[in-house]
Ligand binder design. Structure first.
Ligand code: PLP
Length: 378
C-alpha cells in the first residue's frame, strides 16, 4: 500500500532508528547516575537536545523533552495557568484537541476562554484577534500550521501583537517542523510545541521549547528531570531518535520543494474532477491537500481508497473515532454537508510522481463508483 497520511504520523527514518537501536540493544543507563552508564545516557540526551535546538534555532537549555506534543501543549497551558490567578486565555478556533481540550479544562477552572475566529481560508481573522488581545489575555496559543488543511498562520506577526498586549504567546509547530522553516528565536514566540513522530522520529517523544523567563509549574512532579519541568527517568531511545530525526529534517528540508510539485499536480487533477480544495487561497504546507467532492462521503472514499491500496485520512486521524465533521472546516464556515465529504492527503518526501499518478487513477475509479451509488440512491 502507498502511505499518503504523513500528517497523522510518518515512517521511522533509518537514521532515527539507528540512533535508537543503541539504547534498545547493547547500551543502557539512567541519565541521573554518576557512573559511566549514566554519563553515556546523559551525553545522548545532550546530543538530542542540541539537535532539536539547532532544528528550530533555540538554545538547548530552552528545550523540555516530553512524551509528545500533547504533553507539551498541556504543559504550557496548564503549567502556565497554575502560576497565575485565572484571567483570560485566547486560542484560535482551529487548534488541535491537545490545545483546545486543556483550554476547556482551564475554562472550567475559572479562566475565561476566548476563541479567535478564522476566515474562510482558515487564517486567523485579524480584527477578531485584535479584539481578543484587547481583553488582555495572559496566554495566547495559535498553531503554526493546521494538521487538516495545512494552512499557515503569520506567527511572527501574531506573536509580536500578543507580546505588545502583555501576553505569553505559544505556537503548536508540530506540523510545520521539517516542512517549512521553523525559527523559535526569530519568530518571537515565548513557547513552541514539537512532536517527534511527524518528522520521521519515534512515537512518544516531543518537546516544549520555552523561554526561560516564563514561569511554569510542572504537570509531573518527582525527581526533577528537565529543569524540574518534567520529572521521570528520560526515555533515552525515543529522545535519541527524536534528536536524530530533527537533524535529518533540517538536512532534508530542500526535498519539500519536490513534495510541493506533487501536491500541485494532485490539486490540479482534483479541481478538474470538481473537488473543492480547502484553504486553497492561503499559504499552506507543501505536503497537504484537504479536499471534498460534493455528495461523496469522506469516510466512504477513504475506505474505498484503502481497498485500492492508498492510505489517506478523512478529517484528522486523532478525531476519526468520532464521526463528526471536521471542527477546523466548521470554524472556516464550511457547510456541514460538505465538511463530511472532506478527505486529507498528506505527502512525505519519499512519495513519488508515479504513486501520485496511480492514486489519481484509483481516485477516479472510486469516485465513479461512489457517485454511481449516490445516483442510485437518489
Ligand atoms: N498538534 C498537532 C497540530 C498535531 O497534528 C498533533 C498530532 O496528532 C499533535 C499536536 C499531538 O502530537 P503528539 O501525537 O506528539 O501528542
Amino acid at each position: 500500500p502507498v502511505y499518503l497520511d504523513h500528517n497523522a504520523t510518518t515512517p521511522l527514518a533509518p537514521e532515527a532508528r539507528e540512533a535508537m537501536l543503541r539504547w534498545l540493544g547493547e547500551d543502557f543507563g539512567n541519565a541521573a547516575s554518576a557512573h559511566s552508564f549514566g554519563r553515556r545516557a546523559r551525553a545522548a540526551i545532550d546530543l538530542a537536545r542540541q539537535q532539536v535546538a539547532e532544528a528550530v534555532n533555540a538554545h538547548p537549555t530552552e528545550i523540555v523533552f516530553t512524551s509528545g506534543a500533547t504533553e507539551a501543549n498541556n504543559l504550557i497551558l496548564k503549567g502556565f495557568a497554575a502560576t497565575q490567578t485565572p484571567s483570560v486565555l485566547a486560542i484560535s478556533g482551529i487548534e488541535h484537541p491537545s490545545v483546545s481540550e486543556p483550554a476547556r479544562q482551564l475554562a472550567r477552572a475559572g479562566w475565561k476562554l476566548r476563541t479567535v475566529a478564522v476566515d474562510r481560508e482558515g487564517r486567523v481573522d485579524p480584527d477578531d484577534y485584535a479584539r481578543a488581545l484587547s481583553e488582555s489575555p495572559r496566554l495566547v496559543s495559535v498553531m503554526s500550521a493546521n494538521n487538516e488543511t495545512g494552512v499557515l498562520q503569520d506567527i511572527p506577526a501574531l506573536a509580536a501583537q500578543a507580546r505588545s498586549a502583555g501576553a505569553l504567546f505559544h505556537t503548536d509547530a508540530v506540523q510545520a517542523l521539517g516542512r517549512i522553516e521553523v525559527d523559535f528565536r526569530a519568530s518571537g514566540v515565548g513557547a513552541m510545541s514539537l512532536s517527534s513522530h511527524k518528522i520521521g522520529g519515534p512515537l512518544g517523544a516531543g518537546a516544549l521549547i520555552v523561554d526561560k523567563r516564563v514561569e511554569l509549574a510542572p504537570l509531573l512532579a518527582g525527581g526533577g528531570q528537565e529543569r524540574g519541568l518534567r520529572s521521570g527517568t528520560e526515555n533515552l531511545a525515543a529522545i535519541a531518535g527524536f534528536g536524530m530525526a530533527c537533524a535529518r529534517a533540517v538536512r532534508d528540508r530542500g526535498r519539500f520543494a519536490q513534495v510541493a510539485n506533487l501536491r500541485d499536480r494532485l490539486e490540479q487533477e482534483l479541481r478538474a474532477r470538481g473537488a473543492v480544495v480547502f484553504g486553497e487561497g492561503a499559504p499552506r504546507l507543501p505536503n497537504t491537500v484537504f479536499f471534498a467532492v460534493k455528495g461523496v462521503a469522506g469516510e466512504a472514499l477513504v475506505s474505498r481508497l484503502d481497498r485500492e491500496g492508498f492510505a489517506v485520512a478523512s478529517g484528522s486521524a486523532c478525531a476519526s473515532a468520532a464521526p463528526e465533521a471536521s471542527a477546523t472546516l466548521l470554524a472556516m464556515g464550511v457547510e456541514t454537508g460538505l465538511a463530511h465529504c472532506a478527505v486529507r492527503v498528506s505527502l512525505g518526501t519519499d512519495n513519488t510522481f508515479d504513486e501520485v499518478a496511480r492514486f489519481l487513477q484509483a481516485l477516479a475509479r472510486s469516485l465513479g463508483e461512489l457517485k454511481g451509488l449516490v445516483a442510485q440512491a437518489a
